[in-house]
Design a protein around this ligand. Sequence first.
Ligand SMILES: Cc1cc2nc3c(=O)[nH]c(=O)nc-3n(C[C@H](O)[C@H](O)[C@H](O)COP(=O)(O)O)c2cc1C
Length: 373
Amino acid sequence: MPDISVQVGSMKFENPFVIASGPPGTNRQMIAKAFKEGWGGVVAKTVCLEANKINNVAPRYGKLKSREGSEVIGFQNIELISDRPIEVWEKEFRQLKDEFPKKMLIASIMEEYSEERWKELTQRCEAAGVDGFELNLSCPHGLPERGMGGAMGQNAEMVENVSRWVSSTTKKPVWAKMTPNITDIRVPARCAVNGGATGISAINTILSVVGINLKTLRPMPTVEGYSLPGGYSCQAVRPIALRMVSELGRSLPPHITISGMGGVECANDAIQFILFGSHTVQVCTAAMLQGFGMVKEMISGLEAFMEEHNFSTIEDFRGHSLQYLTTHSDLVTRQVQAKRDRAGQAARDNEWDGDKITHQSAALTSEADAPTK
Ligand SMILES: Cc1cc2nc3c(=O)[nH]c(=O)nc-3n(C[C@H](O)[C@H](O)[C@H](O)COP(=O)(O)O)c2cc1C
């Protein structure tokens, strides 16, 4: 039986599958359910110091469905971070660690751009027993209006400073969660590492408008007739997430860990993130659509994949597929070479074909320029 556990700094995950910050980690009861179903860890819903400033609206989700059927391809939300007071979270973090000491519990934290506030939030969550931290520098809606979330993630100096404030306050792993709403994800990731982050999480949701209702002419999700661009997730974002994770996998120093996410719905999706360098893989939307029990297929599918390839640990294949990403000009060179090789193979005597004799002769002929008179 392959070993699917992963060590990420001081955190040991019994499997690499982690609930991403969002509704599936929104309170103690939900997190306990995730642990009981078999998830290796949970990143709780993002907390801040003043939950009374968080005012959600409804409806706040929108689905993009396939044209043929009812399959959900894309999912948009305009949900804010947790509206539950930090005092409640402190109590629940303690209870969860008492009840599930071997499961990894990560606090997702977000604050205004103030050293004091980020440090206080870190200290309070650490005292409540969490195993690690994720810095929400990436929520794309609502919070940026207050200079938080994605607004910080798009500012290299802020990313570095917040990472430094938190990393200098705790010895536990600190993952900086990146926004995909940026040209080059490697820039803020590098700043987070310079600031002391030990890991990078990617990606948060992609800014989107899920659609316009053609009867009312109002964009969705519609709240009292109005809307705003929100965060896009689910399977439609997976190719973009994979590309961004590959950029991190190819550029980050080897001691920096990656927690990949975006559109993961089953074992085969998750394995692709590991093949591009992820140590852990997070899931949010699929758990909302399928329920926490989906992790069972993810575990058995990962084990079956490892057995098929004779991998005994995750490290045996983590990052393996990065070596096959190259430049376009390299692809051209390789194809020219491959054509030459194929032509050469056709020169084996029993492969000569009467109908192709002129082509095969030409393929084997070294063409020199015609001599000039
Ligand atoms: C309804 C909803 C709420 C979310 N809330 C948070 C949040 O509070 N903090 C955070 O860091 N990410 C939040 N996210 C983003 C997810 O953690 C994740 O980065 C993103 O959805 C991509 O993964 P997925 O396709 O598996 O959902 C939320 C996503 C959804 C769909």
